[in-house]
Write a protein that binds this ligand. Structure first.
Ligand SMILES: [Zn+2]
Length: 395
């Protein structure tokens, strides 16, 4: 009879052993004391002059809000630092890749609007890339694909999100699928070049990079780290190639906030979305903030330039305003910050990190509830009840 009484404990132990690694990783991730909201906006860079107006309007919108520490919301701007020069490429019969840098006088209005937003404390520039593709791969595609040549003919209206998805990845050779690696010396030179270019453009080196399409390799990660980068925004896992169907793929395993990568880069996780042009409402972002707060994690909302410059811009601006209004009223302890500053908190074990065991345990439990297979087993076996009971004792 005694073994019958012991059976649940043996089952719980088996479940715990099976999930020991992800449970330990979830525990090791620091817990934040406050709700933290960062709006991460990618794909800004050279474009039509109207983009400067969108940036000024974003600045006006963001500056109207404050957290209880007096800080305005921060929108990180993932910058691409050049656009292809389609006319020059066509004139060469697509023999050579040519580009126009962000420093071209045609883009000065956009650059000035970005600098003004940085000075106002509402924009935080991040490195997205010298380009949103690998130039030789784009050039080869242009030689064989009329759609790519048509795209190159759009001038400053080129939006890289209109390119075939594999071409938008900068750090792989997606000429054919599955993708193949690029030569490491070429990657290293390109990583150094884009960091130098960013530094020249804005007067200080980038602290944070967001790899285009979230595909990057350990070679580029090391090169960025050696060139002074400190933080990498990830989707919570690593993708370093594309499979035969063009889907991003890579080694298994989750990435956690505060984890260190190759060369010591600190990882952040961005896996919530705010794309009003796709119909995302304020409520979706607020639900993400609530969930991340319960987990003691920051809420990094991914968004893109096209929301605020395209046909849906009016909707995007009003949804952004509504989201920030509600975030301010529903989360009194909310902290607005940038990804670079958040990374510093993790790196320095700053005062935003929760030291109290009971709070850390509650956040850990909320994280475990988001591990679907584990939590299903825990619930069915009664282990979930035990874990929740421990949390009540620690509270
Ligand atoms: Zn992008």
């Amino acid at each position: 009879m005694a073994w019958l009484l012991l059976a649940p404990a043996v089952l719980w132990l088996a479940i715990l052993l099976l999930y020991l690694r992800p449970m330990r990783a979830a525990w090791r991730e620091p817990t934040l004391r406050h709700p933290v909201l960062i709006i991460e906006s990618d794909d800004w860079g050279p474009g039509p002059p109207g983009h400067a107006l969108a940036l000024r309007r974003l600045t006006d919108c963001l500056i109207a809000f404050r957290d209880n520490a007096g800080r305005s919301p921060v929108m990180t701007l993932g910058l691409t630092l050049s656009l292809p020069d389609g006319a020059a490429m066509e004139a060469s019969g697509f023999a050579d890749y040519r580009s126009r840098p962000f420093t071209d006088p045609a883009y000065s209005w956009i650059l000035e609007a970005i600098r003004a937003g940085i000075a106002a404390g509402v924009f935080a520039p991040q490195l997205h890339g010298m380009a949103h593709y690998w130039p030789d791969v784009l050039l080869r595609a242009a030689r064989s694909d009329t759609a790519v040549r048509d795209w190159l003919a759009r001038g400053d209206g080129m939006e890289t999100e209109s390119l075939p998805s594999p071409l938008q990845s900068r750090w792989i050779d997606a000429t054919s699928l599955p993708s193949s690696p690029l030569p490491p010396p070429a990657i290293e030179a390109a990583a150094r070049e884009e960091i130098a270019c960013f530094t020249g453009l804005l007067g200080s080196p980038p602290e944070v990079a967001v790899p285009p399409t979230f595909i990057w390799t350990s070679v580029v990660e090391r090169a960025w780290a050696e060139a002074g980068l400190r933080c990498l925004v990830t989707p919570g896992r690593r993708y370093d190639c594309r499979d035969g169907a063009g889907r991003p793929t890579g080694p298994d395993g989750r990435i956690h906030n505060g984890e260190r990568g190759v060369g010591g880069l600190l990882y952040l996780v961005r896996d919530d979305y705010f794309e009003p042009a796709y119909g995302h409402q304020a409520g979706r972002a607020l639900a993400a903030l609530e969930e991340k707060t319960a987990q003691g994690r920051p809420c990094l909302l991914e968004t893109h330039r096209f929301n605020f410059t395209g046909e849906q811009a009016e909707v995007a601006f009003s949804t952004l305003g509504e989201m920030l209004t509600q975030a301010q009223s529903r989360f009194p302890n909310l902290r607005f910050t940038s990804s670079a500053e958040l990374a510093k908190q993790y790196r320095d074990r700053g005062d935003w990190l929760e030291p109290r065991l009971g709070r850390r345990y509650a956040a850990w439990l909320a994280r475990l509830r988001r591990m679907p297979r584990f939590w299903k087993l825990a619930r069915l076996s009664g282990l979930g009840f035990v874990l929740a009971g421990v949390g009540k004792c620690l509270a």
